[in-house]
Design a binder for this molecule. Structure first.
Ligand code: FMN
Length: 336
């Protein structure tokens, strides 16, 4: 089966094509440090045979988290926990990436005011965000650089920049949340500037042989927002710094999304074709037959299973032909 064949991007060699996508566990304390829960949670999916584990949205600044319970990567004190997590996941046969995020106007905690390209709230119940000055934008770009440096020090195999789900990068990209009149707003090129600067900063410190992934929302599902055509143009502007695009959708506004199995698949396929860049497909994919269809038809290069892996960390062990994977010796009697 294609799903259990290996895959290589730059020097990241995966034993199969199943990815655990980033999922906030809201289980850290205010220090943002890795604790026992994170170690058990991610290592369990490695034991379960997943090829690539992507660690949940991890804040590049205290008020860049989504909540005060998120992991953080803004301080050297957070390094030893991240290092331990990397070693534990790698030791059990998976590769590990980390999602670097700044939540912008969607920060809900108490470590400071939420920030945004423009002073526009997510919805009426959200806090009023502070409009970023250019100096503040440069400082956030620098915090992505520092975060990437720490991710390398911790030993991560890849990083994923969170450009989706209505967080700060997405807030800059979408004309619905970015009404700036300076060089960071207006044209699509200007709205992409923040992302471009982040990628530039990150590539200065992240090893050239390790991949950089970008997670995107291919549609805002709102008139006047980002649609697939705009996202293709954005990716084409920045793809020289990217190895892969992880294709999601929505999250910028409280828009209603009709979700069904594979609902984001067409976006992943079109981005793969039109940007000529490898993609990860995700979104209500739970069946091995569907994964095979996606891979065998070349619609995406890797497939991520989110909630399915929360329900069933041993998905890979159960779905694979036993010749195609290595079952942990401790569990061999359960998988003949
Ligand atoms: C509990 C939970 C937390 C999530 N946290 C994140 C996150 O930190 N970063 C992110 O990009 N997506 C996040 N997502 C979205 C997932 O990565 C994934 O795209 C989504 O669940 C759809 O895939 P699925 O239908 O296979 O679960 C989260 C989803 C869930 C269920």
């Amino acid at each position: 089966m294609k799903a259990f064949e290996g895959y290589q991007v730059k020097n990241l060699v995966l034993k199969n094509k199943i990815v655990m996508p980033p999922m906030c566990m809201y289980s850290a304390d205010e220090t943002g440090q890795v604790n026992d829960f994170h170690l058990v949670h991610y290592t369990t999916r490695a034991v379960g045979g997943v090829g690539l584990v992507i660690v949940e949205s991890t804040g590049v600044a205290p008020n860049g988290r989504i909540s005060d319970q998120d992991l953080g990567i803004w301080s050297n004190e957070q390094l030893s926990g991240l290092q331990k997590l990397v070693q534990s996941v790698q030791k059990h046969g998976a590769k590990i990436a980390i999602q670097l995020n700044h939540a912008g106007r969607k920060y809900t905690g108490t470590a400071g005011t939420p920030v945004a390209p423009s002073p526009l709230k997510f919805d009426e119940n959200s806090l009023q965000p502070h409009e970023l000055s250019k100096d503040e934008i440069h400082a956030i770009v620098n915090s992505f650089r520092e975060a990437a440096k720490r991710a390398e020090q911790a030993g991560f195999d890849a990083i994923e920049i969170h450009g989706a789900h209505g967080y700060l990068v997405h807030q800059f990209l979408s004309p619905l949340s970015n009404v700036r009149e300076d060089e960071y707003g207006g044209s699509l090129e200007n709205r992409s500037r923040f992302l471009k600067e982040i990628l530039q900063a990150v590539t200065e410190v992240w090893p050239a042989e390790k991949p950089i992934l970008l997670r995107v929302s291919a549609s805002d599902y709102v008139e006047g927002g980002i649609n697939l055509e705009a996202m293709v143009q954005i990716i084409n502007q920045v793809k020289s710094d990217l190895s892969m695009v992880h294709v999601s959708s929505g999250g910028l506004t409280p828009a209603n999304i009709k979700a069904y199995p594979g609902y984001q698949l067409n976006f992943a396929q079109r981005i793969k074709e039109e940007c000529r860049i490898p993609t990860i497909a995700v979104g209500l994919i739970t069946e091995i037959n569907m994964i095979e269809e996606i891979l065998a038809n070349g619609r995406a290069d890797l497939v991520a299973l989110g909630r399915e892996l929360l329900r069933n960390p041993y998905f890979v062990l159960r779905a694979a032909n036993k010749e195609q994977i290595v079952v942990p010796t401790q569990y061999a009697r359960a998988f003949h």
